[in-house]
Design a protein around this ligand. Structure first.
Ligand SMILES: Cc1cc2nc3c(=O)[nH]c(=O)nc-3n(C[C@H](O)[C@H](O)[C@H](O)COP(=O)(O)OP(=O)(O)OC[C@H]3O[C@@H](n4cnc5c(N)ncnc54)[C@H](O)[C@@H]3O)c2cc1C
Length: 417
């Protein structure tokens, strides 16, 4: 078995793992990142939700998520934000700089964005990729929605019909659509995004859109403007008007672009990144992890590190594993908080959320895992992201916000050891 040693080992390549590794390496640490898959980021819209709704009135969108989180922490200190409130502004700044530096700029307003979705609903979120930063809808004079024949899950007429019901549009705002034909029998988001990086396809698309454009229009695309790189600027220049991607159901290219850019950044900074490798076991003694065993791509590694960041996510990421009547944390078998004996509610879209989303590891202010008595279980293991107990991200709209801030905090703590 090959042996490796690092100062910081991050397990997981979702947003929290990427942030932890980026912050730790920025502080001069020797960092290694191991992951068996891509996690939730490439499925998410790529937008960073911080907090979506008012704490007092959960059916109302909140404008200032930072103020709302401060309120939340007063009421519910056990929420992961209870450990992250103070570090939140600095973690957001770090992320914005990181994205700017890696040519994948994100845009922030003082309040939540209300972004149009492919279904014509409005979605509150806080940091958005530049390609998705649609201006306030009541200021837009005309909207052209571009769809693609054979592309599933994006129907311009659905977007237009529902947007007229859900959004406050400018009084004489004209909404129209065009269905571009690329002579394909079938198209999915990734194939289309790949095609749209080719100048010949761009030309084909432009020539079909131009006849539908009138002055002062904003053009909305599904989130497919480039796979490896964003090509929204090319469309913007060639059409002579603002062009944006709207959020859609998974998979989402903006999330994939962010993940790819951050992984590239880590490699450039000297982080050893090993993908396709699953951590299967850990050696533990005296409340400390001595090392882990990772297997994959025909390799078996024994990795030791001073600090280990457990950024393995929840059920989807693989950090929490469930079987009939049992849920466990997959590597260290850490004690878990499970909120009730009922894991799910019959009403899947209930405003109260699904209990299983809140399951996870309880931590102290240093993100160290605690047992039921509040004692530290492992001193050199820090827990981040969807692995943390007490967060119901689908209804709270805080998934990537918690991942970003907890990853940053873990990276900072690891960098200070
Ligand atoms: C479909 C979907 C859409 C979403 N949309 C949004 C959105 O638009 N905005 C938003 O803010 N939030 C969104 N969320 C929530 C948000 O994406 C997650 O809460 C957040 O990204 C979790 O990040 P993470 O780093 O904690 O975990 P994950 O992204 O799940 O990453 C876990 C990582 O750990 C790895 N891993 C797990 N076990 C092991 C192991 N034993 N060995 C090695 N590696 C391991 C996985 O392969 C993966 O790389 C969405 C979630 C889902 C599921």
């Amino acid at each position: 078995m090959m042996k490796k040693n690092s100062e910081v080992l991050v397990i997981g390549a979702g947003l929290s793992g990427l942030m932890a590794a980026a912050k730790a390496v920025a502080q001069g640490r020797k960092v290694m990142l191991v992951a068996n898959g891509m996690g939730a980021l490439g499925l998410s819209s790529g937008c960073i939700d911080l907090w979506g709704y008012q704490v007092d009135q959960p059916d109302k969108v909140c404008t200032n998520p930072l103020e709302e989180i401060a309120k939340l922490v007063q009421r519910q200190p056990s929420h992961p934000y209870g450990r992250l409130l103070e570090i939140l502004p600095e973690s957001l700044d770090f992320f914005l700089q990181l994205c700017q530096q890696n040519k994948i700029p994100y845009v922030k307003k003082e309040s939540n964005w209300q972004l149009p979705t492919a279904l014509g609903t409005l979605r509150p979120t806080y940091l958005v990729p530049e390609s998705m930063a649609v201006p306030d809808l009541d200021e837009i004079k005309g909207i052209l929605v571009v769809g693609f024949q054979a592309l599933k899950d994006f129907y311009p007429e659905v977007l237009i019909t529902n947007l007229q019901k859900n959004a406050q549009l400018a009084p004489n705002c004209q909404l129209s659509s065009v269905l571009v034909n690329l002579n394909r029998q079938e198209l999915n988001a990734n194939t289309l995004a790949h095609l749209l990086e080719k100048p010949t396809t761009i030309e084909q698309v432009l020539s079909q859109i131009k006849p539908h454009l009138t002055s002062e229009m904003v053009v909305l695309f599904p989130p497919v403007l480039g796979e490896q790189r964003s090509v929204d600027k090319i469309f913007c220049e060639q059409l002579g008007c603002p062009v944006f991607e709207v959020t859609n159901i998974p998979p989402a290219l903006p999330g994939q672009r962010l993940q790819r850019a951050l992984l590239k950044h880590l490699k450039n900074q000297g982080v050893e990144v090993i993908m396709g490798c699953q951590v299967t076991a850990a050696q533990v003694a005296d409340k400390s992890c001595q090392g882990v065993v990772a297997e994959g791509s025909g390799k078996k590694l024994e990795i030791s590190a001073q600090t280990i960041v457990l950024a393995t996510g929840s059920f989807l990421g693989g950090g929490l594993v469930s079987s009939m009547g049992e849920i466990r944390e997959g590597i260290f078998n850490l004690p878990l908080y499970t909120s009730s004996d009922k894991w799910s509610r019959r009403d899947f879209l209930s405003l109260a959320g699904q209990p299983f989303n809140e399951f996870g590891v309880v931590v102290n202010e240093h993100l160290q895992p605690l047992d039921e008595q509040g004692e530290i279980v492992l001193e050199n293991v820090l827990i981040t992201g969807a692995n943390l107990a007490g967060c119901n991200y689908p209804i709270e709209k805080c998934g990537n916000g918690v991942a970003l801030a907890s990853g940053y905090k873990a990276g900072k703590l690891a960098g200070e050891v």
